[in-house]
Design a protein around this ligand. Structure first.
Ligand code: HXC
Length: 275
């Protein structure tokens, strides 16, 4: 409801998805401190609100996913705001980075899928915002990169951690040390991007369709699967399997799992309760 108070992000509905659009087209949607503050407020509210929407009133709209994108056809997000950063002390720069870290952790904490719809430049902080989403779709004109070393900086919004996880150690190090920009096609080839679409409209449609597909699954299971994958990301195989075993056990306590198994055995389609 507070969505209308934001000045640098737009929050709209598209099918079952909430679309969060970074909206500073004159600066190629760069993440000025105000954008970070507004993303932090919004994502904090979503973390609070979403776990409690499992039993909506009839006809009530329920958020089944979040799509993150940028205004226009040119840029998703062209990075941190270089103009603002040039006036920051090291302490202010760290606080700026830590605030954006909280945004990325909030996106990961959401119990619904978060899809980055990368519609153009996703550089530096833009690439890092995309990587905080569960997965990335892109338009053909998208471009990715971590150009911080060209500015005498290093990735500050999570890129040092998440790029290695996404594409592996060798490619991540090459990209971060060269600052090289890559096309959507190359990003697709190295596994950073799942699918590439002709333009922004097709990209948003595809993201919405995927949210629809996921919304037809058991909501408790989707949330559990995401939380489990987050929890095991930094663990050894043995520790990760322990976490997975507990999650699998927890899935068995849900009504959704009973509904899903009964539907399969009676050859009917499942209608999940979200409990
Ligand atoms: C502030 C930016 C910006 C940015 C673009 N603009 N990127 N302003 N911060 N990151 C502004 C330009 O200054 C310009 O404003 C307008 O947007 C249009 O950009 P142009 O450069 O004129 O467009 P173009 O020539 O097409 O080049 C597009 C571009 C280039 C290749 C994306 O803008 C670019 O290289 N931007 C910087 C990309 C980058 O290095 N990002 C990483 C930032 S570091 P005016 O007023 O002149 O029209 C980072 C660190 C994260 O993200 C961690 C921090 C803690």
């Amino acid at each position: 409801d507070a969505a209308t108070d934001y000045e640098t992000i737009l929050v709209t509905r598209y099918g079952p998805a909430l679309v969060v659009t970074v909206n500073r087209p004159r600066a190629l949607n760069a993440l000025a401190q105000q954008v970070v503050a507004e993303l932090l407020d919004l994502t904090g509210r979503l973390v609070e609100a979403l776990p409690s929407v499992d039993a909506p009133a009839a006809g009530e709209w329920v958020c089944r996913g979040v799509i993150v994108t940028g205004t226009g056809e040119k840029a998703f997000v062209a990075g941190a705001d270089i103009r603002e950063m040039s006036g920051m002390t090291p302490e202010q720069a760290e606080a700026y980075a830590r605030d954006m870290h909280r945004v990325t952790l909030n996106l990961e904490a959401l119990p619904v899928p978060v899809i980055a719809a990368v519609n153009g430049f996703a550089l530096g902080g833009g690439c890092e915002l995309a990587m905080a989403c569960d997965f990335i779709y892109a338009s053909e004109n998208a471009a990715f990169g971590q150009p911080e070393v060209s500015l005498g900086l290093v990735p500050g919004f999570g890129g040092s951690v998440r790029l290695q996880q996404r594409v592996g150690v060798g490619i991540a190090r090459e990209l971060i040390m060269t600052g090289r920009r890559i096309t959507a096609a190359e990003a697709h080839r190295i596994g950073l991007v799942n699918q590439v679409f002709a333009d922004h409209a097709a990209l948003l449609d595809a993201a919405r369709d995927t949210v629809d597909t996921i919304a037809a699954q058991a909501p408790t299971a989707v949330a559990n699967a995401k939380a489990t994958m987050n929890a095991v990301a930094h663990r050894s195989v043995a520790d990760g399997l322990d976490v997975e075993a507990a999650a699998f056990r927890a899935a068995f306590t849900t009504e959704d799992s009973r509904i899903g198994r009964d539907a399969f055995l009676s050859k009917e389609s499942a209608s999940f309760s979200g409990r």
